[in-house]
Design a binder for this molecule. Structure first.
Ligand code: GLU
Length: 445
């Protein structure tokens, strides 16, 4: 059977590095197992869901390299959920409750004060038809809870292995709000059934939901998919990531210029036994990520580690992976230029600096005109290749006696106008003889 996985964000904010993880774990799982990836917008919370967030999510996933095989929106599927809710009602598994948030809160506090677990006491189950009619007459609308069966729910988790939750410790979950809107719990199960989702991979903050949803699958007469719950990401100091951490949003990371492949690699490999290393593609990453080996301890996200990984990702990036991105940004590029400069970049955007320097005009820095003139006189005839720099500098050293920094720095300053940068062995053939001679003569070229 072809696996079908899904990533099911609520479009109530921008994706950040933490909630990009389930997207990536699902995508990589699909890649690894020849499966398909469904993007499902859990947008039944009409007040908080926004179209612009949904669009941003698709765009941010695209930046990471994730292109869904299909997309659905829960807000367009309400009739299907209504039918499922009706079946649960008919089976006695969905019951109307009239408590206000205040009442529930007071009840919880009383339970806690008496040392009892704050579990919903199912008072609504005892309401008579007259009492319900009286609430309705008062204008109170019911919310609807799912009647949990007692007992343990067990499953073999893709990440955590054999797992279980005792449902006696859970409140009957609210599936439908007072305003008739659905929380994602029921629609999620209905969609997983209807779309044929085979594997549900999500954060371990959903473990309890899995027990609840397992009962809903059973109540709707469907088999449960395979579940996997990955660890959660914390900041380097161990705090949870919240949607407010704007700079760790995928947009923020994109704007800061880090490489999407580095974000993806760090997001899924952080905290694993594999050292986080640069990868050349999501396919390569898919081969490295085995859910059974994802750590169960929280994973710490370190921005500096991301920056370093991003640089290392660039240093080994083949031209095919980057040429069109450079061209899109309006840069004149070529493979030799890329290979000459990539090892010196921390951000892709810096490539333009070196392209401009190679093309010129630049203002050369000539501290010692006589030295520069000697060097110019020794510059070999074209064609230049990767060995030209070495033979030229050997000749300059032999003629002037300069070595080390005293030899290389004036040549670098003359040829690039800067005192740091990529290996000149790669740059010199790109600059070419004519421009090199002018620069050595102190002319802007
Ligand atoms: N909308 C839910 C969330 O973002 C989906 C969880 C799930 O994957 O089932 O938390």
């Amino acid at each position: 059977m072809t696996p079908l996985v899904r990533f099911a964000p609520s479009p109530t904010g921008y994706l950040h590095i933490g909630n990009a993880r389930p997207a990536l774990f699902n995508w990589l799982f699909a890649r690894r197992h020849g499966g398909r990836f469904l993007l499902r917008y859990d947008d039944t919370d009409i007040a908080r869901s926004k179209v612009e967030y949904a669009e941003a999510i698709a765009e941010d996933l695209g930046w990471l390299g994730i292109v869904p095989d299909l997309v659905i929106r829960q807000s367009e599927r309400l009739a299907i959920y209504d039918a499922a809710a009706e079946r649960l009602r008919a089976a006695g598994r969905l019951y109307a409750c009239y408590e206000t948030a205040d009442e529930l809160d007071r009840r919880r506090k009383r339970q806690l004060a008496r040392g009892l677990p704050p579990i919903y006491d199912r008072a609504a189950l005892k309401l008579t038809d007259e009492q319900k009619a009286a609430f309705a007459a008062e204008g109170r609308k019911p919310h609807w809870r799912f009647l949990l069966e007692a007992g343990e729910i067990a499953w073999d988790d893709l990440v955590r292995g054999p797992s279980h939750v005792d449902c006696a410790s859970l409140s009957d979950p609210v599936l439908i709000r007072e305003d008739g809107s659905y929380l994602y719990t029921l629609p999620s199960v209905v969609d997983d059934i209807e779309t044929g989702v085979t594997h549900v991979i999500r954060g371990e903050d959903h473990v309890t939901n899995t027990a609840v949803q397992a009962q809903i699958f059973a109540a709707l007469g469907a088999a449960m998919p395979v579940f996997g719950h990955h660890n959660l990401l914390t900041t380097a100091s161990g705090e949870g990531l919240s949607k407010r951490l704007g700079h760790l949003s995928l947009r923020g990371l994109r704007e800061s210029g880090v490489e999407p492949l580095a974000v993806a690699a760090l997001a899924v490999l952080v905290g694993t036994s594999d050292a986080v290393r640069p990868v050349a593609s999501l396919d390569e990453l898919a081969g490295l990520v085995d859910l059974a080996h994802v750590s169960r301890a929280p994973a710490k996200f370190d921005e500096h580690e991301l920056e370093a990984l991003s640089a290392r990702t660039l240093h080994q990036m083949p031209y095919e992976a980057v040429g069109s991105r450079l061209a899109e940004s309006g840069m004149e590029t070529s493979e030799p230029l890329w290979l000459a400069i990539r090892g010196n970049l921390t951000k892709l955007g810096e490539a333009r600096i070196w392209a401009d320097i190679v093309r010129g005009p630049i203002r050369p820095v000539i501290a010692d005109p006589a030295f520069a003139a000697t060097a110019a006189g020794l510059l070999p005839a074209e064609p230049f290749d990767a060995t030209t720099w070495k033979s030229w500098t050997q000749a300059v050293a032999a003629s002037t006696g300069a070595k080390g920094k005293a030899l290389f720095m004036p040549l670098r300053q003359a040829l690039t106008g800067l005192d740091h940068g990529p290996e000149l062995a790669g740059l010199l053939p790109l600059i070419g003889r004519e421009k090199a001679l002018k620069r050595l003569a102190g002319e802007s070229a």
